[in-house]
Design a binder for this molecule. Structure first.
Ligand SMILES: *[C@@H]1O[C@H](CO)[C@@H](O)[C@H](O)[C@H]1NC(C)=O
Ligand SMILES: *[C@@H]1O[C@H](CO)[C@@H](O)[C@H](O)[C@H]1NC(C)=O
Ligand SMILES: *[C@@H]1O[C@H](CO)[C@@H](O)[C@H](O)[C@H]1NC(C)=O
Ligand SMILES: *[C@@H]1O[C@H](CO)[C@@H](O)[C@H](O)[C@H]1NC(C)=O
Ligand SMILES: *[C@@H]1O[C@H](CO)[C@@H](O)[C@H](O)[C@H]1NC(C)=O
Ligand SMILES: *[C@@H]1O[C@H](CO)[C@@H](O)[C@H](O)[C@H]1NC(C)=O
Ligand SMILES: *[C@@H]1O[C@H](CO)[C@@H](O)[C@H](O)[C@H]1NC(C)=O
Length: 479
């Protein structure tokens, strides 16, 4: 967002006018519903969250917003370890999860795309099918943010497309309620440094240099080289945060940042960039429902500038409100990043960064007061009895108060809810590490701050010690 490499345009009266005039043509009529989508979009919109699963839960998130949210994010590493799969089953199948809910699985091929062979694809299908058999739909967000260089699977367009297609073929054949979710990082600050680190002359470089001018920079297409093909993609997604301007500073989001970025416009001025219009090209014209897979506004504890509430309110006001839903009718889902992380190393200081809206009541109350509940699709009031692992009585009491929304900021009470304690096991611990690392890595990758992003992501992942620190650093404040 605030990259020193990002192009800036003066915010002139003309550009403001242009922005205004441009709003109307950007409300195309959606061609939903899609009968062939393994996970059809909801009638309205899903609103859910990425959680720190070790300390938080779908039930807790739902209690915080006063509605049964239907969709949650899970990070999982490839190759899939038995312990990680057990941990997922514990959290999603053996603890309350909404009936007919959706799990977005971010599948991270941390050992490289070439390790995703037939046997590993069979493992991926098994995980998805296990959830599908319990009536949980899956959006498989395979190898996300592949257009950034901070992950092992980044900026390898040919291998990425081939692997995504192979995973899609396996999943479509073997997991009936699993959809493939193609989810790059927001492209307006591509390639997240002045020049891409892709090796000049390599086959990948030649593909990435979409305008054939001998460099891979902001003028190249950040999405097209990574498109696996229409038949392999069911949903399209995007990571899009407010991370301050300059990056890491507490500042108020640009008024139309969300709208502009998704349309390939300069986030601040709204002037069209050469970056393609993601929403029009990949969601509307391909008739794929769109989900914002990671979003939130960064607030850095203790730094000067506007307060946390001001920053976050300015972000949710342009992302979850009626205006945003109207501007993006194909945007059928959004996952809030409801996690607090320790600042990346490049901050040179140990501080907490929070993207969350609901963890702190001071922020949550105004958030729920602004949330247009009626425009979203919520789950049943009683949390799931889908699991054969449990007797029906195991879920007794996990009920969300049916009284209509906490419109005035009061969080709806929960009837008798006393979440069960979970057993601690080595499987849980190791799987949590995987999950937390995924969250940390993903977050830093998604901050799209330019060159620093990749450095940050590599730092986070460089040693086991850092990984462990990342795990410890994922702190959730349950108010
Ligand atoms: C959920 O919230 C309760 C009460 O606020 C808390 O005790 C519990 O640790 C939270 N986490 C989980 C995983 O339920
Ligand atoms: C995006 O769509 C526009 C038309 O809306 C088209 O001109 C352009 O070529 C498309 N770009 C890509 C990369 O698909
Ligand atoms: C909640 O957020 C407010 C506003 O940023 C802050 O003053 C307060 O310390 C936070 N509370 C907790 C428990 O973190
Ligand atoms: C952090 O430290 C590095 C190395 O000393 C320095 O280059 C960088 O400017 C510092 N960053 C900030 C935000 O102070
Ligand atoms: C981060 O927040 C947690 C929970 O509020 C707190 O215990 C911890 O000390 C904070 N860490 C830093 C470095 O401020
Ligand atoms: C899945 O949903 C169907 C239709 O609602 C229901 O008949 C079936 O019992 C459910 N299966 C499980 C495992 O919950
Ligand atoms: C908010 O709603 C609760 C529950 O309906 C009610 O008791 C309370 O008086 C309301 N507060 C305000 C400020 O309207």
């Amino acid at each position: 967002m605030s990259s020193r490499h990002q192009r800036r345009f003066p915010l002139t009266l003309a550009s403001v006018l242009l922005l205004f005039l441009s709003l109307a043509p950007f409300a195309p009529s959606p061609v939903l519903p899609q009968t062939t989508n393994p996970v059809p979009p909801p009638e309205n919109h899903w609103l859910g969250a990425s959680l720190d699963w070790n300390a938080d839960s779908p039930l807790n998130f739902s209690r915080r917003i006063g509605r049964a949210s239907l969709i949650y994010m899970w990070f999982m590493a490839n190759p899939i370890e038995d312990g990680a799969f057990e941990y997922l089953k514990t959290k999603v199948l053996r603890e309350p999860f909404p009936e007919n809910g959706v799990l977005v699985i971010t599948m991270e091929p941390i050992a490289g795309l070439d390790k995703v062979d037939a046997a590993e694809i069979a493992n991926i299908v098994k995980v998805c099918k296990t959830l599908n058999d319990a009536n949980i739909s899956v959006l498989l967000r395979f190898a996300h943010e592949m257009n950034g260089d901070w992950y092992a699977w980044g900026i390898k367009p040919a291998l990425y497309r081939q692997t995504f297609a192979a995973v899609a073929t396996g999943v479509h054949a073997g997991a009936p309620k699993t959809a493939m979710l193609w989810s790059p990082n927001i492209g307006v600050t591509y390639p997240y440094g002045a020049r891409s680190p892709a090796t000049p002359g390599s086959a990948d470089f030649i593909e990435l240099d979409t305008n054939n001018d001998g460099v891979v920079d902001v003028n190249d297409d950040p999405y097209g080289p990574f498109w696996p093909g229409d038949q392999y993609v069911d949903w399209v997604g995007m990571s899009l945060y407010w991370t301050g301007s300059p990056f890491g500073q507490n500042t108020i989001p640009f008024a139309e940042d969300f709208f502009n970025s998704i349309h390939g416009r300069d986030p601040q001025s709204g002037v069209k960039m050469s970056t393609p219009d993601f929403y029009s090209n990949y969601s509307v014209s391909k008739n794929k429902p769109f989900i914002v897979t990671e979003t939130g506004a960064m607030h850095v504890e203790g730094r000067p500038g506007p307060g946390e509430l001001e920053i976050k309110k300015a972000w949710w006001s342009q992302t979850v409100t009626q205006a945003a839903l109207t501007a993006f009718p194909m945007m059928k889902g959004m996952l809030l990043y409801e996690v607090t992380v320790l600042a990346p190393r490049e901050f040179n200081t140990s501080v907490n960064i929070s993207y969350a809206y609901t963890l702190n009541q001071t922020i949550r109350d105004p958030f729920v007061a602004d949330l247009p509940y009626d425009l979203y699709t919520w789950g049943p009031l009683v949390y799931s009895r889908h699991s054969a692992h449990f007797s029906a009585t195991a879920f007794a009491g996990y009920e969300i108060d049916p009284t209509p929304g906490p419109i005035n900021g009061t969080i709806a009470a929960v009837v008798n809810a006393q979440p069960k304690s979970t057993s601690t096991s080595t499987a849980r611990t190791s799987a949590t590490a995987t999950s937390a690392a995924g969250v940390a890595g993903s977050s830093s990758g998604s901050m799209k701050p330019g060159a620093g992003s990749s450095v940050m992501a590599r730092d986070w992942k460089s040693t086991a010690a850092v990984l462990f620190a990342a795990l410890l650093a994922v702190v959730v404040v349950v108010a």
